[in-house]
Write a protein that binds this ligand. Sequence first.
Ligand code: CU
Length: 172
Amino acid sequence: MNPASLQYRVPAARRYTRHMLWLPWVVLCLAACHAGERAADDPPSGNPVQDVGGLHFSQPYVRTPLPGVDKSVGYFKVTNTTPQPIILKAAASDQIRAIEFHTTREVEGMMRMRRLKDVTLAPGDTVEFIPGGRHLMLFGIGELVEPVPIKLKDTQDRAYLVEFALKDVRAP
Ligand SMILES: [Cu+2]
């Protein structure tokens, strides 16, 4: 392949990726990942609050994936205790291949999820990741070992390492 054609290919691939990120509301594995979920789901008890780099996290937990499913969701509440806005833009974990920020909305009786590019926390703001709303979408889950470490990154490339409990919502 000559260098000129390579130069053409890279931007085309980038355009395609960006387009894929901005698909409108899509249905994504809702049955598998959110099955049996209720907005009133209690977070696991005894899960410590965590203060990391000016962010205050409470009740972080990951839903135990259903058998044979390698996707799941993560929830928490986070408060920005700094005087500056913080924009979370990425999340990663050694135990999970890919993590995205998603939001959920009911559209004509169907629950639909959409990817969020980032999550903005104004000074003093609390943002909830809860069943039926914003969530971490976890793809390609290997073996989960509790606590599940998930590293959130902001637009300044600061990292916030949070330990998530594992909760099996099918358990009584
Ligand atoms: Cu999702």
